[in-house]
Design a protein around this ligand. Structure first.
Ligand code: GCW
Length: 668
């Protein structure tokens, strides 16, 4: 009876939550068969979860016995696990839970269970929620926050708890073990007693799934919340305030994870306001958190209007501080040097900080990639970054290896993704945006995983039934074409919006959805306007970051600096990122830059039309509701692609004065 009630709760029928197929993410209920789970004698919430998941989802031999065993195995790292047909072994309870989910995933996707060890690439695998205390979500496209509400009554309802539990379950199923539950543009309120009480309740709901809670804190909290005269990190009263505050947090939440800080960035307060460095600021917090095992994730997203090339600033500010941070500080670096654009080269900070732990920050929410309208699968983009070779410690020092502890000795390692979750019934606004949440978790667990495998798993778990998985036509007519679609979708978005290294040319009027290469109201900070980035003029287009220009190339290790510096060797996809080139510049293809640009835009439009056809053909394999919603969104995306192409080509044509090539569909 208990089990039945629990399952009903998880399905959400009791709470009225997300019971429909498709709204349960990749965790749809499966016709399971009985299984006997033998576990450690001690009982704990985590072990109970692992047991329950196996009992609910088992699809192996009916009546089989699965053993969950805690060991001390040196071959197992962090929350990793050892798997075989008999069961799961792990050094931690979390590991047993991840092993249970791993077993079920293999069953549900038709993979054999062989003897294997699965270790996470990173110790900490976190979602960052940009959720505000009033319930709104910065760059959120899936409705209001699941954690905070506008109405300031902080009554935690059964509905809240059930929702948080479902959320935590989804995270645990892909190995995510942490959630930063508020915006990096933080409010000092987050550290007040009322908000800490709600944070405590959230932590309680996430705990049985092994997900720890973290907070983003405002650096000026001592003054704003504590009433101190200053928030100077070297001031004794400030130091005392933080120590007391951290103690209070741990009294409420003994397994609290730590702080994320956006400081001296985009108007947020920080140590530089007091003439101090990032290291002074980060270490103050790290010192307070250290006795409790807490972490500081200090963001390197810094730039200012005075800098002639925004792409250079983070490197310039942080490299001189290498080695000055305490070992429970991790510098959180966005994948590219500007800001989550459809394509950027990797941030030169990766690999350059050799005595300081660095973690990648990816953006799961699609701020610049079509938000909750365009279907864009982001795993290929993250994979591209993770596999980029920084050369900082010789060939093969990829971003993945420079951040996961393989290249540099570092005490902690982590990866963060800015979440796309909200109150919408499908969680992420677009049904296919669920794939990005899934993909982020899988890559944080295994930073070598291939996008194709992630797409294959997600499609099977989200759309496939056991009968379909066994049928050849599902493979040929649904799985194969849809995998292709997912894998091509990010490149398509680059093509129809910002090809050949163009970046930051979206419209701010539409909250970063749609084109705006002309955008720049009078008085606006130049580094917030597209013309700063594309530099289109009669003599050409692109940002000169060569040695003759801003010299951002020099922040990359050789042989990359030389490769990027020369237009003949710079990869096409980064060409206008690093170079300002004449419109008739001869490309590797033999075409002129102008023609190549036009063809990329046009190709992007055609790709989306192909996606529409693929989806239309998938109709027999998808429920009517999801089919219609996605079909409709693809239609809008197709229009968006045409708008991007037409707007950008007509805008740039004012400078190039060249005709649109004949093969390109003429602007409407
Ligand atoms: O991408 C930009 C966004 C801001 C965001 C900022 C950041 C949270 O436009 O909305 O603020 O980056 O990452 O701090």
């Amino acid at each position: 009876m208990k089990k039945i009630l629990f399952s009903i709760c998880l399905l959400g029928t009791v709470s009225g939550l997300r019971a429909e197929d498709g709204h349960q993410l990749w965790l749809r209920p499966h016709a399971s068969v009985p299984v006997k789970v033998v576990g450690p004698a001690k009982s704990s919430a985590l072990l109970a979860t692992a047991r329950q998941e196996l009992q609910q989802g088992w699809q192996g031999t009916a009546g089989a016995t699965v053993t969950l065993k805690l060991t001390k195995d040196k071959a197992i790292k962090y929350d990793g696990f050892r798997l075989n047909a008999q069961g799961v072994q792990a050094n931690t309870e979390r590991g047993l839970l991840y092993g249970a989910f791993g077993l079920l995933r293999r069953q549900q996707t038709g993979q054999a269970v062989a003897e294997e060890i699965s270790n996470p690439s990173y110790e900490y695998r976190l979602l960052n929620h940009w959720d505000n205390p009033d319930g709104s979500v910065e760059r959120g496209y899936a409705g209001q926050s699941i954690f905070w509400r506008k109405d300031s009554s902080f009554v935690v309802t059964g509905h809240d708890r059930a929702l948080w539990q479902q959320y935590a379950r989804a995270n645990a199923s892909v190995g995510l073990n942490g959630a930063v539950i508020n915006n990096v543009n933080s409010s000092p309120l987050m550290l007040s007693a009322a908000y800490l009480a709600r944070t405590k309740a959230i932590a309680g709901a996430l705990r049985p799934y092994g997900v720890r809670v973290y907070l983003a804190v405002k650096f000026s909290s001592p003054a704003l919340l504590g009433g101190l005269k200053t928030s100077d990190p070297l001031d004794p009263a400030v130091i005392k305030w933080w120590h007391a505050k951290v103690k209070e947090v741990y009294q409420q939440i003994p397994d609290f994870g730590g702080f994320v800080v956006k400081a001296s960035s985009e108007g947020q307060p920080g140590p530089q306001d007091y003439g101090r460095t990032h290291a002074d600021g980060a270490n103050l917090l790290a010192d307070a958190l250290r006795p409790y095992g807490g972490l500081v994730m200090w963001r390197a997203f810094v730039y200012s209007p005075s800098d002639k090339d925004r792409a250079k600033q983070a490197y310039n500010e942080f490299v001189p501080l290498d080695g000055k941070f305490l070992d429970n500080v991790i510098i959180q670096v966005k994948n590219g040097p500007i800001d989550f654009q459809p394509r950027e080269p990797f941030s030169p900070l990766f690999g350059a900080l050799k005595k300081t732990a660095v973690m990648p920050e990816f953006q799961i929410t699609q701020e610049y990639l079509g938000q909750a309208i365009d279907l864009v699968f982001l795993a290929p983009m993250w994979q591209e970054c993770l596999r980029s070779d920084t050369h900082q410690a010789g060939p093969g020092s990829t971003v993945a290896r420079c951040t996961d502890g393989s290249v540099y000795a570092q005490k902690h390692s982590a990866m963060a993704g800015v979440s796309n979750v909200g109150l919408d019934t499908n969680w992420t606004g677009h049904d296919f945006a669920q794939a990005n949440w899934y993909a982020f978790g899988r890559l944080a667990w295994n930073n070598q995983l291939d996008s194709r495998q992630i797409a294959d798993e997600w499609l099977k778990l989200t759309f496939g039934t056991a009968a379909q998985l066994a049928a050849a036509d599902w493979d040929a007519h649904f799985l194969a074409p849809m995998t292709q679609l997912l894998l091509a979708s990010r490149e398509a978005a680059v093509n129809y919006s910002m090809p050949l290294g163009l970046h930051h040319i979206m419209s701010a009027t539409h909250g970063h959805y749609g084109p705006g290469p002309w955008w720049g109201p009078p008085g606006m900070r130049a580094d917030w306007t597209p013309p700063y980035y594309h530099q289109a003029a009669a003599n050409g287009v692109g940002f000169d970051r060569t040695t003759a220009g801003s010299n951002a190339v020099s922040q990359y290790h050789e042989p990359l600096a030389a490769e990027f510096n020369n237009p003949a060797t710079c990869p096409d996809e980064y060409l206008l990122w690093f170079h300002h080139l004449p419109w008739d510049f001869k490309m590797k293809s033999g075409r002129t830059l102008w023609d190549e640009l036009a063809l990329h835009y046009d190709h992007g439009v055609r790709q989306v039309r192909q996606f529409q056809q693929t989806w239309d053909a998938a109709r027999p394999y998808v429920d009517a509701e999801r089919f219609a919603v996605v079909q409709n969104k693809l239609r809008t995306q197709s229009g968006n692609a045409v708008l991007w192409k037409d707007a950008c080509l007509l805008y740039f044509q004012q400078f190039s004065h060249l005709p649109i090539p004949a093969e390109v569909e003429p602007p409407m």
